[in-house]
Design a protein around this ligand. Structure first.
Ligand code: GLY
Length: 254
């Protein structure tokens, strides 16, 4: 709703608190279509339905079976955007915007983008899909209106703001905002940051971002997530992680 109000590009959508009405809309719009639980779901509350049956089953899981509890009280059904996704994180003191380097998160459980979505199986930074022009466009069309819009409402937003962006043929379009760092994107972005993170955090709190210039390591960084077998479904917990000492012996690739 905030995106609509502030003119930020995003997919057309409708919100439902009734499963039957949601299913009717699904049929009106056709597939592919995106069904989202309207609340926290550990990054797993989004289903891209390629058939009406898949859409119905997502609506039932969220709204009737309540697999994510109260997060399924409402669902958002939105148009499926075509393109490649990137994550952009910025720091802001409510006025100045200091962007972090771009990154891309890989959500499917298996190699080659196969299998169900997860909270993220890995990330790299920077994301080549975000050209310099695209990056400027994202700051201008997404973050600036959002942060200014909140400020005008007397709700100064300070800290990290994360936007999941679909890079479409017609420009950037927002898939989601998070009012936090990205996981696993942050593990790929922050190691490349040469400036002191704490100084940036303090400058965000103290309205001092205007004076901050970030320095970056030009080398790309990659993060790979290892998960217990079965994830993102039920999986065995409390397994010991072995071999971490071996990491110290590894050489950085120049
Ligand atoms: N990687 C997705 C997220 O942090 O929400």
């Amino acid at each position: 709703n905030a995106m609509k109000k502030f003119g930020v590009p995003t997919a057309e959508y409708k919100v439902f608190d009734d499963a039957d009405k949601a299913k009717k809309y699904l049929r009106e719009k056709g597939v592919p279509i995106v069904v989202k639980a309207d609340g926290l779901a550990a990054g797993k509350g989004v289903v891209i339905a390629k058939t009406i049956d898949e859409g119905d089953s997502a609506i039932d899981s969220f709204m009737v079976k309540k697999i994510f509890g109260a997060s399924g009280d409402k669902v958002i059904i939105e148009d499926c955007l075509e393109g490649e996704e990137a994550s952009i994180l910025v720091f802001t003191d409510g006025k100045t915007i200091v962007p972090l380097s771009s990154s891309q998160d890989h959500k499917r459980i298996f190699d080659n983008d196969k299998g169900p979505n997860t909270g993220g199986m890995g990330a790299y930074s920077p994301a080549p899909v975000v050209s310099l022009e695209m990056f400027d466009d994202i700051i201008k069309k997404v973050f600036r209106p959002m942060i200014d819009g909140f400020a005008k409402q007397g709700k100064l937003y300070k800290g990290v703001l994360y936007a999941g962006i679909m890079i479409t043929q017609t420009g950037p379009s927002v898939l989601e905002f998070n009012v936090r760092f990205g996981d696993p994107e942050t593990q790929a972005v922050i190691p490349r940051l040469r400036s002191d993170l704490i100084d940036i955090v303090i400058a965000s709190i103290d309205d001092g971002l205007e004076k901050v210039n970030l320095e970056w390591d030009g080398r790309p960084a990659l993060c790979v997530v290892c998960s217990s077998k079965g994830y993102p479904g039920p999986y065995q917990k409390h397994k010991e992680i072995k071999g971490l000492d071996e990491i110290k012996k590894m050489q950085a690739v120049e």
